[in-house]
Design a protein around this ligand. Structure first.
Ligand code: GLY
Ligand code: MN
Ligand code: MN
Length: 431
């Protein structure tokens, strides 16, 4: 799988070119402690190598096609931090044609770029590598009289890799379906705690526990558990307040499984019953979400999905009396924006806000089978909104599913997580 991806990248690279792809380093958490290691998504996509400080060199036209620079085996280090594949493992288990210690990367740059007409490299990620690259190119230029030909271009490889990542194959979709199943169970367990008196962090803890218990690495992004008006803070992650019956709790949480993110929002009635204004806002969002998903099909665009969500939300806001006047005018003037201020969709994959161009030739690109996106409209009435009736203030609702474009239309990967009001209520009531 990884070899096939490297071959496709090499095919796309053009003659006599070389790509330098850097892996992630450990990130300091504080003092001498680190965050758990998470490989760079592009590096993982191309190599499957899940250890820090690695780099890959892909070469087209002479020399080893795939060289890995890795931390060498070192008994003293491995006693503390565990197994390293080392240069032997890089060749044996990861398909490298050649392998060297990561300490040799910077010194090898002149040799890596020597003879290449085009160098693919992300500038700005590693100062030492950038400096060595610039110095090597300059040195070749100075020696052009003795036949050295410096590369003509330094090109960012990400547009090539990200175009590949945008289209998920069956193996990737299988992982994403399993991630959805784990996320489903996590939401189910958290929903049971959506009762007055519980704290937001208790629900977060159950999400984390369920992700880990089912073999996921953990959350794909910091889980959002926002009770009451906290749901109006789009990236609320404090998760430290007490839930109150009669309000709503918005949970935006999905696991990361084998590198792939799921990203699901459900809004649960605290205490188990959707009633009054919270119910009305919930219905308004759900209606828009279902309508927006119906648009997802080959040939459609994310803009069309968004415009459908905006139209339905605006119509529903007018019905609720939160917006007054003509719906078309409200859309044209964007007067819905105080209540719906984000986009409806983003790509989903190894990154939660996944890579891949949203526009081609200045226009929203057409959806094609294999693209995975979220559909996540919401309505958020700020607690201090003077325009809305007091009974609506502080209500925030979002409903988010993960959707893959298929030949016929789409498949909702997260369909098993209920969103019809009575099904959501049943989950909360099933303690
Ligand atoms: N969880 C982040 C998002 O929904 O985009
Ligand atoms: Mn989300
Ligand atoms: Mn999302």
């Amino acid at each position: 799988m990884f070899a096939e991806r490297r071959r496709r990248l090499l095919d796309a690279m053009g003659p006599d070119s070389v790509a330098i792809i850097l892996g992630a380093r450990l990130a300091t958490r504080s003092a001498d402690t680190h965050f758990p290691f998470r490989q760079d998504s592009d590096f993982w996509y191309l190599t499957g190598f899940d250890h820090p400080n690695a780099a890959a060199v892909l070469r087209k036209g002479g020399g080893p096609a795939f060289t890995l620079f890795v931390e060498p085996r070192l008994r003293e280090a491995e006693i503390w931090t565990g197994y390293r594949p080392g240069v032997e493992g890089a060749k044996r288990d990861f398909g490298a044609d050649a392998a060297l210690s990561c300490d040799e990367l910077v010194g090898s740059i002149p040799e890596i770029v020597g003879g290449a007409r085009r160098v693919y490299h992300v500038l700005g990620r590693d100062e030492a590598v950038d400096r060595a690259l610039v110095a090597a190119v300059e040195e070749m230029r100075l020696r052009s009289r003795v036949g050295k030909v410096p590369p003509a271009e330094i090109v960012d490889p990400r547009s090539l890799v990200h175009e590949m990542r945008l289209f998920k194959d069956d193996r990737e979709l299988d992982i994403m379906r399993r991630a959805a199943a784990i996320t489903c169970e996590a939401h189910r367990q958290a929903a049971r705690l959506a009762h007055g008196g519980h704290y937001e962090y208790e629900l977060e803890a159950v999400l984390d526990y369920t992700f880990r218990r089912r073999g996921a690495r953990g959350p794909a992004y910091t889980s959002i558990v926002g009770g009451g008006a906290n749901a109006c803070v789009l990236h609320y992650i404090q998760n430290d307040q007490k839930l109150e019956n009669g309000t709503l709790v918005l949970i935006d949480a999905g696991c990361e499984l084998e590198g792939y993110a799921s990203d699901v929002t459900r809004t649960y009635p605290v205490g188990g019953r959707f009633e009054g204004e919270p119910r009305a806002v919930y219905d308004a969002v759900l209606d828009a979400q279902i309508a927006a998903i119906e648009v997802v099909a080959p040939g459609e665009t994310l803009r069309a999905v968004h415009e459908t969500a905006v139209r339905r939300l605006t119509e529903n806001l007018a019905q609720l009396g939160i917006l007054t006047g003509d719906v078309d005018d409200a859309i044209a003037e964007e007067s819905y924006r105080p209540y719906y201020m984000h986009q409806t969709s983003h790509w989903l994959g190894l990154d939660v806000h996944d890579v891949g161009a949203y526009m081609t030739d200045g226009r929203p690109r057409e959806l094609r089978p294999g693209m995975v996106l979220t559909v996540e409209p919401g309505l958020y009435v700020a607690p201090d909104d003077e325009g809305a009736a007091p009974t609506f203030r502080g209500i925030g609702v979002r409903v988010e599913d993960d959707v893959v474009v298929t030949a016929e239309g789409c498949e909702v990967l997260t369909a098993a997580i209920p969103k019809a009001p009575e099904d959501v209520e049943a989950w909360v009531q099933d303690r």
